[in-house]
Design a protein around this ligand. Structure first.
Ligand code: MG
Length: 258
């Protein structure tokens, strides 16, 4: 009898404890992979591996389409004086990143991703024309599907033509807009699954966080590199924080008080 009572009380305490434990809801995305670590570089295959090793939610990376239709992973428009989108791959293929890796093709990057678990946050950069943006989006989706990575890939872009093509081709995928000028209602109407805005946009419109939740949209902010700001965003209830300091960010969101 007494044992039953003790069990009952312990069970009750457990329930109360679970209810009071602050549950972290904010997840961390390594911006351009985890690159501020030994042997790594922005958008390198090593940065993808390191993001996976530290166990963050996702690795964000940037993709351009060359003049002869090869998708490559790089942030800037130019690499060592060559414009990626107006160059043929042959002109780019031997160029090296800061860590000594050669410029990764999307294919080589994704092949490595197939052996890892980190989520892929695929940013398609803007291209010269609406049609070129759509072509680049179609080629991107085709490769993701060929690699069997469609369930592990979220798409983001500043370019609306690219985003609309992702939404059309991948109705089950997450597609978020980066540019900041569209409100949650407009995004929902267009078929987006979320927003991925500069943190100042959500500081100006804190009500968008609740609005997104009500509409079933996700919220993501970039690029949040100061501990106080990471805490502020986590306390606002933002779903994802994209950062260049993923290990520190994870510590902060794991202890968030919200
Ligand atoms: Mg990016």
């Amino acid at each position: 009898m007494r044992q039953g009572l003790v069990s009952f009380l312990l069970f009750g305490l457990l329930l109360v404890g679970m209810a009071c434990t602050p549950e972290s809801k904010t997840r961390v995305i390594a911006h351009r992979g985890y690159w501020q670590t030994e042997g790594s570089a922005q958008n390198s295959i090593r940065s993808l591996e390191r993001a996976d090793e530290i166990g963050v939610y996702g690795a964000e990376f940037d993709v351009h389409y060359t003049a002869d239709n090869v998708l490559v992973v790089y942030h800037d428009n130019d690499i060592q004086g060559k414009n990626i989108q107006t160059s043929n791959y042959e002109e780019l293929k031997d160029l090296r990143l800061n860590n000594g890796e050669t410029l990764p093709t999307l294919e080589s990057y994704l092949k490595r991703a197939c052996d890892l678990e980190v989520r892929l946050v695929f940013e398609l950069k803007s291209h010269a024309t609406p049609e070129r943006n759509r072509e680049a989006a179609r080629a991107s989706v085709e490769m993701i599907k060929r690699m069997g990575l469609e369930k592990r890939t979220d798409y983001i872009s500043f370019n609306l033509d690219a985003c609309k093509e992702f939404i059309r081709l991948c109705p089950d995928a997450s597609v978020a807009y980066l540019n900041g000028e569209l409100d949650p209602d407009a995004l929902k109407e267009m078929g987006f699954t979320g927003l991925d805005y500069h943190y100042n946009v959500l500081r100006e419109h804190p009500e968008w966080v609740e609005k997104c939740k009500a509409l079933g949209l996700t919220t993501n902010v970039w690029t949040v590199n100061e501990p106080e700001l990471i805490q502020e965003m986590a306390d606002m209830g933002i779903d994802f924080i994209t950062t260049d300091i993923p290990e520190e960010a994870r510590e902060i969101v794991n202890t968030q008080t919200r």
